[in-house]
Design a protein around this ligand. Structure first.
Ligand code: FEO
Length: 400
C-alpha cells in the first residue's frame, strides 16, 4: 500500500483513521453515506494513539501513522471504547507497536478481555485520572452508557481537544475532516440519524454525561469523535443538538409506517395522513417497501406520533412491519402517541400484534385499531381519516 497521509487536527494532534466508503449496513443501520473510523495520534513526549480502527483497516491506520513516525515509537494506546469498529485491530497494533501501556476504563478492560480472550496487558484508568505524557496531560472521563458500559472520553488540556469516541459522531464517509468543510444540512441529518439509531436507548444517560462533562468547565475548542468530522466551528451547535435530541421533545409530526399486500393498507395509510394534515400536523408516509427502518428511527427522534399499519399474512403481522417494530422498540423512543390500522382476509392477527407491540413500547394509543376486511370501503377510509385527525389533535395538545 502506498503511504497514506495523517491529517493535522491541531498542533501535535493528527487524524490517522480510515474512510469506509463502502459500508451500507452497520448492524441494522443503513449507512447510506459510508463512515469513517477515526483514530488520533498525539505527538507528546510520550507518543499516544487514541483509539484504533476496524480490523480490516489496520493497514490504513499503520500507513497514516507511518507518514509521521515509525509505529514502534508509540508509547501509549488509549482505548476509549471497546466496540470493534474502534478496537478490532487493537491486538495487532499492540503486537506491532509494543507500547509501554494500553489504557482503558475499568469496564473497558473487562470488555476488551471479553472480546479478545488474550492477555493484552491493559491498564485500568479511573474516572478523572490524569495521565502525563511528558509535555501534555490526558484526562480520562467515564461516560458509561454513552453508549456502552466501557465508554469514556479523553481530554487533552494543552490542546483543548476532547476525544469523544462515538459521542458527537456520525456515519459519513468524506475526505473532509472538519465540520466547516461539510454542508450543515448533511451534518444535521447524519448526526440525528446516528443519535437516533445508536444513542436513543440511552438518551437520558447521554444528557447526563454531557451535563457532567460541561460541569467540569473544560476549555474545549475541538471535539474529535470516532466517526465523521471533527467539530471546531460547529462545536456548540452539535452540543446543543445533542441536548435537544436527548430530551426527545415531540414536534407536530406524525409518521405513518406500513406495508401492504394488495394496496388496502396503503389506501388506509394515505387516508390517515390526509386526516392528520387536514388537522394541522405534518405527516410523513413511510412505506416499508422503500423506507429503511433506520430512516424511520431518524424521523422518530423528532416525531410526536406514530401510526402503524400491517396486513395479516398467514395469521401473522407482516414480516417487514415486525422487523421495523422490533428495531424501533429496542431504541425505546419516548413521548409518542400512536394509532394502529390494517387489512386482512379472514383471521386478522396483523394489526392486533402491532398494537400489542406499541402498548409494550408505552406509546399512548388514541383509539381502537381501524381494521378492514379485504379492501377498504368509504366508511373504513373515513375511519382512517378520523384516526389521523385524532392523532393530530393529541399531538397538538402535547406540543402546544
Ligand atoms: Fe463506533 Fe460504539 O462504536
Amino acid at each position: 500500500m502506498s503511504k497514506l497521509k495523517a491529517v493535522k487536527i491541531t498542533e501535535d494532534v493528527y487524524w490517522v483513521g480510515a474512510i469506509d466508503w463502502d459500508i451500507r449496513d452497520f448492524h441494522g443501520y443503513l449507512t447510506s453515506r459510508g463512515t469513517t473510523y477515526n483514530a488520533y495520534l498525539v505527538m507528546g513526549e510520550k507518543i499516544t494513539l487514541v483509539d484504533c480502527v476496524k480490523k480490516e483497516f489496520k493497514d490504513v491506520l499503520i500507513s497514516r501513522i507511518s507518514s509521521l513516525i515509525d509505529p514502534e515509537k508509540i508509547d501509549y494506546i488509549v482505548s476509549n471504547h471497546a466496540e470493534m469498529d474502534h478496537s478490532g485491530c487493537l491486538p495487532e497494533m499492540i503486537k506491532l507497536c509494543k507500547p509501554e501501556k494500553v489504557f482503558a476504563s475499568k469496564m473497558g478492560v473487562k470488555a476488551l478481555n471479553e472480546h479478545f480472550h488474550i492477555d493484552l496487558g491493559l491498564t485500568e484508568v479511573k474516572n478523572g485520572e490524569v495521565l502525563n505524557i511528558g509535555n501534555m496531560n490526558l484526562n480520562f472521563i467515564e461516560t458509561r452508557m454513552l453508549h456502552w458500559p466501557d465508554s469514556m472520553v479523553t481530554y487533552l488540556a494543552e490542546r483543548k481537544i476532547l476525544f469523544s469516541q462515538d459521542a458527537f459522531g456520525m456515519h459519513l464517509a468524506s475526505n473532509e475532516r472538519f465540520d466547516n468543510q461539510l454542508e450543515t444540512g448533511i451534518l444535521e441529518y447524519e448526526g440525528a440519524k446516528y443519535f437516533a439509531n445508536i444513542l436513543l436507548p440511552y438518551s437520558m444517560q447521554v444528557g447526563k454525561s454531557i451535563e457532567g462533562i460541561l460541569a467540569l468547565n473544560l476549555d474545549i475548542e475541538i471535539i474529535a469523535p470516532d466517526h465523521g468530522p471533527v467539530w471546531t466551528e460547529k462545536r456548540d451547535w452539535i452540543i446543543n443538538l445533542y441536548n435537544k435530541w436527548a430530551k426527545q421533545e415531540p414536534t407536530k409530526k406524525l409518521l405513518v409506517v406500513y406495508d401492504t399486500m394488495w394496496k388496502s393498507t396503503e389506501k388506509m395509510a394515505r387516508a390517515i395522513s390526509d386526516g392528520a394534515v387536514s388537522n394541522g400536523v405534518n405527516c410523513k408516509v413511510m412505506p416499508l417497501t422503500s423506507v429503511h427502518r433506520s430512516d424511520i428511527a431518524t424521523e422518530i427522534l423528532t416525531a410526536g406520533g406514530l401510526a402503524v399499519g400491517s396486513p395479516t399474512l398467514n395469521r401473522n403481522i407482516y414480516p417487514t412491519v415486525i422487523d421495523a417494530l422490533t428495531y424501533l422498540k429496542g431504541l425505546q423512543p419516548k413521548n409518542l402517541v400512536g394509532g394502529v390500522f390494517g387489512s386482512y382476509g379472514w383471521s386478522g392477527e396483523g394489526d392486533k400484534q402491532a398494537r400489542a407491540i406499541l402498548e409494550d413500547m408505552k406509546i399512548e394509543l388514541v383509539d381502537e385499531n381501524v381494521r378492514c376486511k379485504y379492501v377498504p370501503s368509504h366508511e373504513v377510509l373515513s375511519q382512517c381519516s378520523d384516526l389521523g385527525a385524532k392523532l393530530a389533535q393529541r399531538i397538538k395538545e402535547i406540543c402546544e
